[in-house]
Design a binder for this molecule. Structure first.
Ligand SMILES: [Fe+2]
Length: 423
């Protein structure tokens, strides 16, 4: 009888384990890269980003003798145009970076493949420019790092047909060890040299040492974004337009109070948004304002207090954040309450960093929180037309990409919310 009871308990326990829908895997180790103290002459760490209408910025690293030129054209091996750029480098104690080149190419045709070569030699690469009109597709991944899970995320992004990648902060997790910026650059080159990567900063980009090193030395040198092109005086915040979308990239680690340059720039930038030209309005920054995970609770409160009224008045459709190593999607919300004219907030800080997942949540789940799960993965945002877009979250289940959350989102510009309140 006792044996029967024990067996029954074991069967119940076993079936409970089986019924549990998903057993979360542990963090994966940081990838091993062969030691390469000096960048070779071959261009390496190539990535591209959007740089104003019909232009793209190509960034790459070489040793000190290579020129800052990009040859490009629409046929393999035939370069009809050449762009000359500039270069920079930096020191970080004993570390000396290679020559970091930035060159802007264009005007480029929309939705077209270009072949290009950096520095007059080296391998031919190819990129595709985004479309001028809908549909357009974004891949979204934050807190990437360079672990085994990062590899998995990058593999899945490679498989998804995207035009632009959005990265809401925390790129390399170099954390002061500068050669990790180089290994990260090489890790992402296959994707980042083929489609524009539009990034904003996270806390792992700061690398500030009081009295010795100012912040963002490496990030600003390596990941130059179109701040000048969008009227911003800082690489930490900027905006860009692609197809029918206006995207604001904000800085969680730049001043954001009402007297700050970032706030003033944001106000001016939003006032120029024309929802007839860009029916969709998105914002991307690192530290979330709506987060029901126990990790990083309240860290975004001050920025939210300062800037959420501006984003709400402008009718921002969607906000993408990172920082919390998990996935969460909200309903439309403003000022902590459900609001049909507020933004949908999505935390996608689950790219694969070495610190692992943030698995503890606040209960009960807030009313504004629609879906939350601590798993590694990435997101895809496909804007079909001026009124409809499809969001999906794909988690890295046992290295397979599994679509685990999906929703159709309608734009605020078609909802009667737009132009109700002046900024
Ligand atoms: Fe972070």
């Amino acid at each position: 009888m006792e044996l029967k009871l024990i067996l029954t308990v074991l069967v119940v326990l076993f079936s409970t384990v089986i019924a549990d829908d998903y057993v979360r895997p542990p963090p994966r180790k940081t990838l091993h890269f062969p030691w390469d103290p000096k960048p070779t002459l071959n261009p390496q760490q190539v990535h591209v980003s959007l740089a104003g209408k019909k232009h793209m910025r190509v960034t790459w690293i070489t040793d000190k003798s290579a020129p800052s030129t990009v040859e490009y054209g629409k046929s393999r091996g035939r370069y009809d145009a050449v762009a000359k750029g500039e270069s920079t480098s930096y020191r970080y104690f004993l570390y000396k970076s290679g020559k970091i080149h930035h060159a802007v190419i264009g005007p480029l045709e929309d939705n077209s493949v270009y072949f290009y070569r950096c520095g007059g030699k080296g391998p031919e690469l190819q990129l595709k420019t985004p479309p001028a009109r809908f549909p357009i597709s974004f891949a979204v991944a934050g807190d990437l790092g360079q672990s085994g899970w990062t590899n998995s995320t990058l593999d899945h992004i490679k498989q998804c047909n995207h035009d632009v990648l959005l990265l809401p902060g925390d790129l390399s997790y170099a954390d002061y060890l500068q050669h990790h910026w180089d290994t990260f650059g090489r890790l992402v080159q296959p994707l980042a040299s083929a489609r524009p990567w539009m990034v904003t900063q996270g806390n792992h980009e700061i690398e500030k040492i009081p009295l010795l090193k100012e912040g963002f030395v490496s990030y600003n040198a390596r990941w130059e974004m179109p701040s000048e092109e969008s009227g911003s005086s800082s690489n930490l915040y900027y905006s860009f337009e692609v197809a029918g979308v206006h995207i604001i990239m904000l800085g969680s680690y730049a001043d954001y109070d009402v007297y700050s340059p970032q706030y003033q720039w944001l106000k001016g930038d939003l006032s120029k948004v024309n929802r007839k030209r860009t029916p969709w309005l998105l914002a991307v920054f690192h530290v979330p304002w709506y987060n029901s995970n126990k990790a990083h609770q309240g860290e975004g409160d001050d920025m939210m207090k300062a800037m959420e009224p501006l984003l709400y008045a402008a009718r921002v459709d969607l906000v993408f954040n990172g920082h919390v190593h998990a996935y969460e999607r909200t309903k439309r919300v403003y000022n902590g309450k459900l609001d049909g004219c507020g933004a949908v907030h999505i935390i996608i800080g689950d790219g694969g960093n070495r610190e692992g997942l943030s698995s503890k949540y606040i209960y009960p789940q807030p009313k504004w929180s629609e879906f939350r799960e601590a798993s590694f993965g990435h997101g895809q945002f496909k804007i079909v037309n001026s009124s409809h877009a499809f969001w999906s979250w794909h988690k890295n289940q046992n290295d397979e990409s599994v679509k685990s959350d999906e929703i159709w989102i309608t734009s605020l510009s078609n909802s009667g919310c737009v132009n109700h309140r002046p900024i």
